[in-house]
Design a protein around this ligand. Structure first.
Ligand code: AMP
Length: 173
């Protein structure tokens, strides 16, 4: 499977100078989507996960089928103000902008092992904020997954210790 071909690249989106790697073109391509899920299953089926934390919103699309296939819980890390229950929250800087994520506090059961998934890992700030929420509740980050990695933005400095995995890396934008 040539995953690169399935990923649309959009220059200067959402602002000049950013090359946007668009994974919606994976989701409209059933072969590519199936390949991504199959690779995720191979990576994580034997890793003793207790659950998956998927990051809004493109992380939901890969996190949900993986959790269902593995028969483990799916927890949603959502943008500020969307979750109705008591939440734990973290703010962080993005490659472009600032954001806050929240998770229902009662979902982050202390001692459980979580895989955090998103579509793309750029600076690692989004994943790091999520990992810090997991750890603040006494749970463990057992893995990090992004379909795409942009290692030149040095996400390893923030989240390298969690052993991040990607299916394809790009080395410029
Ligand atoms: P970061 O926190 O810097 O790792 O940014 C990751 C988040 O921003 C992910 O949710 C991505 O969807 C989005 N993102 C950052 N840079 C890009 C890019 N060049 N193309 C597509 N999405 C991106």
């Amino acid at each position: 499977m040539n995953l690169d071909k399935a990923i649309r690249k959009v220059p200067d989106f959402p602002k000049p100078g950013i090359l946007f790697y668009d994974i919606t073109s994976i989701f409209t391509n059933p072969k590519a989507f199936k390949y991504v899920l199959g690779e995720m299953l191979k990576l994580y089926k034997d890793s003793g996960l207790d659950g998956i934390i998927a990051i809004e919103s493109r992380g939901f699309v890969v996190g949900a089928p993986l959790a269902l296939k593995m028969g483990i819980p799916l927890v949603m890390a959502r943008k500020k103000g969307k979750l109705p229950g008591k939440t734990v929250s973290r703010s962080y800087s993005l490659e472009y902008g600032e954001a806050t994520l929240e998770i229902h506090k009662e979902d982050l059961i202390p001692g459980k092992r979580w895989l955090i998934v998103d579509d793309l890992i750029a600076t690692g700030g989004t994943i790091e904020a999520t990992a810090l929420m997991v750890e603040s509740e006494g749970a463990t980050v057992a893995g990090i997954f992004g379909i795409i990695g942009l290692p030149f933005l040095n996400y390893a400095a923030k989240i390298g210790k969690y052993g991040p995995k990607t299916l394809i890396d790009y080395h410029g934008e």
